[in-house]
Design a protein around this ligand. Structure first.
Ligand code: NDP
Length: 404
């Protein structure tokens, strides 16, 4: 049915490519393109090895996605109908520019972040709305798990459970164990920038700032465990408070183990998480980029990873009957199971599967509309139906307040 270009060949890119191959009725041809071609070739070889029944035609290419001319040349040569961008947030705008120049659709899983400022927000990408609308093209932003499935879950709450949503808590627990003293589950540079930034949440029409990891509470994650969780600023809060204006408070919580925080504190204290260049033996080095180079690659954690993730959205407000209600929609994903299916850990899996579902819904026309959108602006039903089919079972729990 469609030819799709996947940009990025890391932990997430590998699962995106494999899940596309497993849905060969939709993704008849895919190209995996990234900065290091050998990583693309390795994914293609794994598809040939593990999914030899797939009819998807897989090709690979090298591309520097910071360069619009390189992207344009590759797109003109391969002629895909859309790009699934699972490179880094730094490349979002160049890839969107290339899509506009060549007339193809766009999807990503993380909002744009300039490389030299540790700050992410949607404004840069929302500024492309008119250009995508005029070109008759669609850009779907933040279609991973969080952001992504969390926005879909919120839309599901609004559609099926609440007449008015008041308090939203997104919770993200990784209760897995990869056996390494310190490692991040997705790109270390992006992950550490996110965690070491100030916390922020929405309350009564304004953003409230906190120190990094200042607010915490114990949260029970159904089917998993009670874990200490910390308030972080997370990008989907920005679009969700705009798209659901009745929200009086919106927060995002993530679990971190004490050892993880101890390591992070040490690295921060000695300057290893800084993005300010330092002169080292006559060369300019960014400490955080160097740290990324010595930490384990996210995809390398997969083989011995055990345990589960639990990510969900709790809403408190007025139910469809006008009575006070609390409801939780969530998914539990098992690291061992995802390794068995696609040789990847659950963080890469939970990010990649929603990206593939988003692309599928766009290609089938179910979620196709010209312009730039966040996932919660579409009907959540077909997305959740696909999550249940594609390995991310969606569960619901009502009447229990997990987050106070
Ligand atoms: P990785 O670091 O494992 O992979 C990133 C890939 O992008 C690598 O293959 C890298 O190439 C490639 N890349 C980087 N820069 C360029 C460039 N200039 N041109 C071409 N390719 C480039 O990251 P992950 O797979 O863990 O994460 C991918 C994305 O998913 C990130 O944007 C991350 O923020 C997002 N994410 C979203 C989540 C969600 O739930 N929404 C959760 C987790 C991640 P090379 O190998 O050469 O470095």
């Amino acid at each position: 049915m469609a030819r799709v270009l996947i940009i990025g060949a890391g932990g997430v890119g590998g699962v995106v490519a494999k899940k596309c191959a497993l849905n060969d009725n939709v993704f008849t041809e895919i190209m995996i393109a990234s900065r290091t071609k050998s990583k693309c070739d390795r994914i293609a070889a794994e598809i040939a090895q593990y999914f030899h029944n797939s009819k998807t035609k897989v090709t690979t290419a090298r591309v520097d996605a910071d360069s619009v001319p390189e992207l344009v040349a590759l797109i003109k040569e391969y002629q895909p109908v859309m790009v699934i961008n699972v490179a880094l947030p730094y490349q979002d705008l160049t890839i969107m520019d290339a899509c506009l120049e060549t007339g193809i659709h766009y999807l990503d899983t993380a909002n744009y972040e300039p490389k030299d400022v540790a700050k992410f927000e949607y404004s840069w990408q929302w500024a492309y709305r008119e250009r995508f609308e005029k070109a008759g093209l669609m850009a779907l932003l933040g279609c991973g798990f969080d952001p992504g499935a969390t926005g879909v879950f919120t839309a599901h709450h609004a559609k099926h459970h609440f007449s008015e949503m008041h308090y939203m808590d997104i919770v993200d627990c990784n209760n897995g164990n990869h056996g390494k003293a310190f490692a991040t589950n997705f790109n270390p540079e992006i992950n550490i920038r996110e965690i070491t930034a100030a916390g922020r949440y929405w309350e009564n029409g304004a953003w409230v700032e906190t120190q990094p990891l200042e607010l915490s509470q114990d949260i029970y994650y159904p089917k998993v465990q009670t874990r200490k969780s910390y308030v972080l600023y997370h990008e989907e809060l920005e679009s969700l408070v705009v798209n659901f204006p009745t929200l009086k408070r919106a927060r995002f919580w993530m679990t971190f183990g004490d050892t993880y925080i101890k390591y992070l504190n040490v690295l921060e204290t000695v300057g290893m998480t800084s993005i300010e260049p330092v002169n080292f033996q006559g060369q300019q080095i960014i400490p955080l980029e160097f740290l990324k180079a010595v930490l384990p690659a996210p995809e390398s954690l997969a083989e011995n990873y055990s345990g589960q993730t639990c990510i969900g959205v709790q809403i408190k407000g007025l139910g469809k009957d006008g009575q006070p209600k609390v409801h939780f929609v969530y998914n539990v994903c098992d690291h061992t199971e995802t390794f068995k299916e696609v040789q990847a850990q659950a963080i890469s899996y939970t990010t990649a599967v929603p990206a593939v579902i988003g692309a599928m819904l766009m290609l089938e026309g179910t979620w196709m509309r010209a312009g730039v959108y966040n996932v919660e602006e579409f009907d959540p039903d077909p997305f959740i139906a696909q999550m249940n089919l594609q390995g991310l079972k969606v569960d619901e729990l009502t009447g229990i307040e997990l987050v106070k």
